[in-house]
Design a protein around this ligand. Structure first.
Ligand code: PLP
Length: 356
């Protein structure tokens, strides 16, 4: 069983996966070809030095088995069962079960008055150690948090002693110019910890990503029992990535896929605009966050859409409590080529036009 299931006859825009024929099979094999026994030993706890150096600051970097793994590690290290964890809304829905592990409670970040909200929770006896969001090319919206809001969020988090977990998985996939600065960069480190991933830029099957955090957090990660017992969490893939990056293969590959995904974004957005109002073109990432015509809901529309051969994720799934988002759907333009995306948009338009 793999995470993605192909359903014959359905153009499935629900999966945020890279297009299979863009996965760098030959380039990765070439990077692996020159490795010696050192790639197959136990590794250093935080990851191999060449990869840590290529990612920036070795003292503040820890190699993970992907962003999901990084999130699980940070949840374990920086919070405890019974704590409240604040989450953006809408945000990446598969983060919810990771953050809610072991009886942690998820609460939405309020649209205003964050400091008061945190203080009220604490007065009620709850600990509020973490706040999770995807501020750059977010999943599911494709939007980025404005600069001033970034600054304000960092200030409140610092004042209230809350660690921001910045999921920065889509940063490299920017289509209309440079990505906004990360919260991690803006804050100069604490109170932010940042998740990076090679799943979207290179290949999800590598299970490879990293955490940027203050040295004490990195030290805490390296002393987790299973890291201490087994050495670096993904040594062979990490060593290969260091070679892939040093030889320029990573840069060439990301430049190439960025161009392809931009073309796919444009194909989907243009085709959707034939049938829908209010279609935003995301400046990066993989998702269009489509508002449905009045009176329609994503979950109501899904069976008819699948009968017509197109699928998507209903919007309410991106709220931790499912309380909003019913009138939106998330469409991914990463997985299918432009012609299929145009056909998918037509099928969606027909589904909405022929609704009972
Ligand atoms: C915002 C976000 N974070 C994390 C992930 C998972 O990343 P990884 O495969 O590196 O665990 C995804 C994948 O969809 C994502 O959209």
């Amino acid at each position: 069983m793999i995470q993605f299931e192909h359903r014959p006859g359905i153009l499935d825009l629900s999966w945020g996966h890279p297009r299979p024929d863009l996965l760098p099979v030959r380039e990765w094999a070439a990077a692996s070809a020159g490795l010696d026994w050192r790639a197959l030993t136990y590794g250093a706890a935080a990851g191999p030095t060449p990869l840590l150096e290529s990612l920036g600051d070795p003292d503040r970097t820890f190699v993970t088995g992907g962003a999901s793994h990084g999130l699980a590690l940070l949840t374990e290290l920086l919070s405890a069962p019974g704590d409240v964890i604040l989450v953006d809304s809408p945000t990446y829905h598969l983060a919810f079960p990771i953050l809610a592990t072991g009886g942690r409670t998820l609460r939405h970040i309020p649209p205003s008055g964050l400091a008061g909200f945190v203080r009220d929770l604490r007065r009620g006896g709850r600990r509020v150690p973490l706040l999770y969001l995807v501020p750059t090319f977010g999943n599911p919206t494709g939007r980025s948090l404005p600069f001033e809001d970034r600054r304000a969020l960092i200030e409140v988090a610092r004042a209230e002693g809350v660690t921001i977990v910045e999921d920065d998985t889509y940063r490299e996939l920017t289509y209309d110019g440079p990505a906004p600065p990360s919260l991690w960069e803006m804050a100069g480190g604490a109170p932010v910890v940042r998740l990076g991933s090679f799943a979207k830029t290179v290949a999800p099957g590598l299970r490879l990503g990293w955490i940027n955090a203050q040295p004490d957090v990195v030290r805490g990660l390296t002393t987790l029992g299973y890291v201490h017992s087994g050495g670096g969490v993904n040594h062979t893939a990490a060593v290969t990535m260091a070679v892939f990056r040093a030889g320029g293969g990573y840069r060439r590959h990301v430049d190439r896929v960025r161009d392809v995904y931009r073309t796919q974004r444009d194909a989907l957005v243009t085709a959707l605009r034939e049938g829908f109002a209010g279609v935003e073109s995301p400046a990066g990432g993989w998702f269009v966050w489509l508002p449905l015509p009045a009176g329609l809901t994503g979950s109501g529309l899904l069976p008819a859409a699948e009968q017509r051969g197109v699928s998507f994720v209903p919007g309410h799934r991106f709220w931790a409590d499912g309380s909003a988002g019913a009138s939106r759907i998330r469409l991914s333009f990463s997985h299918l080529p432009a012609d299929d995306l145009r056909r998918a948009a037509e099928r969606l338009t027909e589904t909405v036009a022929r609704r009972p």
